[in-house]
Design a protein around this ligand. Structure first.
Ligand code: SAM
Length: 197
């Protein structure tokens, strides 16, 4: 099935959980993959809310250096498509709020990519997903979260970030429908590391 049609059917099934009018463009997928490989040092790559796999495809192509690629998608039809298209990925068909229960060796950094429509999905579910994502990257040293939004480019994806973390705007992708902003949530660099004592 063509991705556009699969996406449209997904919107009909559950509009609030899709939260977009079209699959991610190649330009957006490339911007995210480029942010992922910016500090790629092995470890685990996790994508939540993978939908039709538009971003998954780009991540799979650039994730050779990673130890493990896990994909979480709550829609069973999308999850089936993803399993067929990405046999090397571990595709989990459940809510992203369980992302912090994936067993991962504490020495493995996690790069977490989120396509979750945090602004349109039910607020309580969004809050549970945000907490789980923060819990996961907080417990695995060297981890970070990459989230894209369709909101105004100055608006952070969500608030309630623990001390010692900050959002960095990674890219604005105008050639996407609608235009998107890619954000990275990462630890504030320590002053000692920068040579300031
Ligand atoms: C914006 S769409 C995905 C776009 C995807 N990048 C694409 O181009 O097809 C958001 C996806 O998040 C999934 N989703 C929404 N809420 C979720 C949740 N709580 N846990 C896991 N997946 C969720 C939806 O089923 C949908 O596939």
């Amino acid at each position: 099935m063509r991705h556009g049609l699969a996406f449209a059917l997904g919107c009909l099934r559950n509009p609030r959980h899709i939260g977009a009018i079209a699959p991610a463009s190649r330009a957006l997928a490339r911007a995210i993959a480029s942010e992922v490989s910016r500090t790629e040092t092995g470890g685990v790559l996790i994508e939540v809310g993978a939908g039709t796999g538009a971003i998954t495809r780009e991540l799979a192509a650039s994730s050779a250096a990673l130890d493990r690629f896990v994909v979480i998608e709550r829609d069973p039809d999308f999850a089936r498509m993803l399993r067929r298209a990405f046999p090397l990925a571990e595709v989990l068909n459940h809510c992203a709020s369980l992302v912090d229960s994936i067993p991962i060796d504490v020495r493995q950094p996690v790069t977490l990519v989120s396509s979750l429509p945090l602004l349109s999905m039910p607020r309580e579910e969004a809050r549970r997903c945000e907490h789980a994502m923060l819990a996961l990257i907080g417990r695995q040293p060297g981890s970070r979260l990459i989230q894209y939004t369709y909101a105004a480019p100055h608006l952070r994806p969500f608030h309630g970030i623990p001390p010692g973390w900050h959002w960095r705007r990674s890219a604005s992708v105008w050639a996407n429908l609608p235009p998107a902003t890619v954000w990275a949530l990462e630890r504030v660099p320590s002053l000692t590391f920068l040579g300031v004592h």
